[in-house]
Design a protein around this ligand. Structure first.
Ligand SMILES: Cc1ncc(COP(=O)(O)O)c(C=O)c1O
Length: 413
């Protein structure tokens, strides 16, 4: 079965509006467009219920109910228990707070493994714990491929390892890391596996019960929703961490690790993400499926096949361009390589390339995308110029990809 991309695009005002419709948008890893299901909920919340929620009068009751629907929807999508979720302002903030919550559980000399493939959000907050006696070890990428080897991790792990903090999919390299094996290595030494899923979640729906990790984080503004970060943690793991909320809120699961407090309207709109996936499910499948995670799983399998096909068109077309290096694998496949493609050009400055692409209404960006260490390890001298990053999601079209391939050929050949 093929994804009905016309139906998908009909859900987005951005593809109907003359100002944006003509642009082929390839900066999805920075933040995705929002479908009407999410926007309608946000709009409704702001218009009618934007008051302090959980009170006794209608607007406040409705606000609280919308938020509960948002939490429930996220839990159902991930196959998680609602009490295991924290919904904070961003993944960077959730990781920062998580590091503070873990800090009192560490003894001097305990080891934390971070990678240099990650976005800084999943490195700096752990490195700071070095100030309190933790020992930080870096799991390094292969400078040619940008990939992490599990054997290298095995050599880093010791009986003192308490945390392995890694990414499920780097926002630069695009390879899906072997989460099961990494988690097993962590658990063999009683360490926690903490996974950044921000660049993974737009392409694959996680089942937190089978993923293997102890904590999983992603950002809903990259998964077609409002600007929030969702953190899932195993109940028994979260129970051992120090509350970071107000002392009287420490027994409230959504508040324990959210000192910022919940963003009411944005959380209230989260159920729109589930409704969006459901609209696609209903358009594609006849059979009734009562379980939201299963419905989303079917939809994401369509997304994965479709995105891989588009990514492979692009990967093949840029492979032979002179002086162009593709970071990561040369072939996309669901579960192996996401449609996040970074290019390094020997002959052109990345900023020059993306500026040229604008003439053809091709929206691409260059830079380090907060993965400065990854770029440095890849041998990129000026991280501000960085890589040319092209990131596709399921609403991109084959025509857009051909336009981009032509545009890149014009600038780089
Ligand atoms: C892989 C990855 N991890 C973490 C983050 C940080 O997420 P947030 O912007 O929600 O803090 C990003 C943001 O771009 C990212 O791409």
């Amino acid at each position: 079965m093929e994804l009905d991309v016309d139906f998908v695009r009909a859900q987005y005002a951005a593809f109907q509006n003359p100002e944006t419709a003509g642009w082929a948008f390839f900066e999805n890893a920075g933040g995705s467009y929002v479908p009407r299901q999410v926007f309608d909920r946000l709009h409704h919340f702001f218009q009618f219920t934007k008051v302090q929620p959980y009170g006794l009068f209608p607007a406040s009751i409705a606000a609280g109910e919308a938020m509960e629907e948002g939490y429930r929807c996220m839990a159902e999508l991930l196959n998680a228990d609602e009490d295991e979720l924290t919904v904070g302002p961003s993944t960077s903030m959730n990781l920062y707070v998580l590091a503070q919550a873990i800090r009192p559980t560490l003894a001097p000399g305990d080891e934390i493994i971070v990678t240099n493939q990650d976005h800084e959000a999943n490195i700096g907050c752990w490195e700071r714990l070095g100030e309190f006696g933790a020992s930080i070890k870096e799991w390094r990428i292969d400078p040619l491929t940008g990939e992490l080897s599990v054997d290298a991790l095995k050599n880093l792990v010791s009986e003192r390892t308490r945390l392995i903090c890694f990414t499920l999919c780097s926002n630069i390299v695009g390879t899906i890391n072997d989460v099961q094996t990494i988690s097993r290595i962590a658990h063999d030494v009683n360490a926690l596996a903490i996974a950044d899923g921000v660049s993974f979640a737009p392409h694959q729906i996680a089942d937190v019960n089978t993923l293997g990790v102890d904590l999983y984080l992603f950002s809903t503004y990259k998964t077609f929703g409002t600007h929030l970060g969702v953190m899932w943690g195993k109940k028994k793991v979260l129970a051992n961490l120090k509350c970071q909320g107000h002392y009287f809120n420490c027994d409230k699961p959504h508040y324990r690790f959210n000192p910022a407090g919940p963003l009411h309207a944005e959380i209230g709109a989260l159920a729109g993400i589930g409704e969006y996936y459901d609209a696609i499910y209903e358009n594609q499948f006849d059979e009734h499926q009562p379980n939201r995670h299963e419905r989303a799983g079917s939809v994401f399998r369509l997304f994965g096949d479709y995105e891989s096909r588009l990514a492979n068109i692009l990967l093949e077309s840029v492979q032979d361009l002179p002086g162009v290096r593709i970071v990561g694998q040369l072939k996309a496949a669901p579960g192996r390589r996401a449609a996040t493609i970074s290019l390094i050009s020997e002959n052109r400055r990345p900023s020059e390339v993306v500026t040229k692409l604008l003439d053809s209404k091709l929206a691409v960006r260059n830079g380090h995308f907060y993965a400065v260490r990854c770029l440095e390890a890849l041998g990129i001298e000026d991280p501000e110029e960085g890589v040319i990053r092209i990131s596709l999601v399921h609403y991109n079209t084959e025509d857009e990809v051909h336009r981009l391939a032509e545009g890149l050929k014009d600038v780089l050949a």
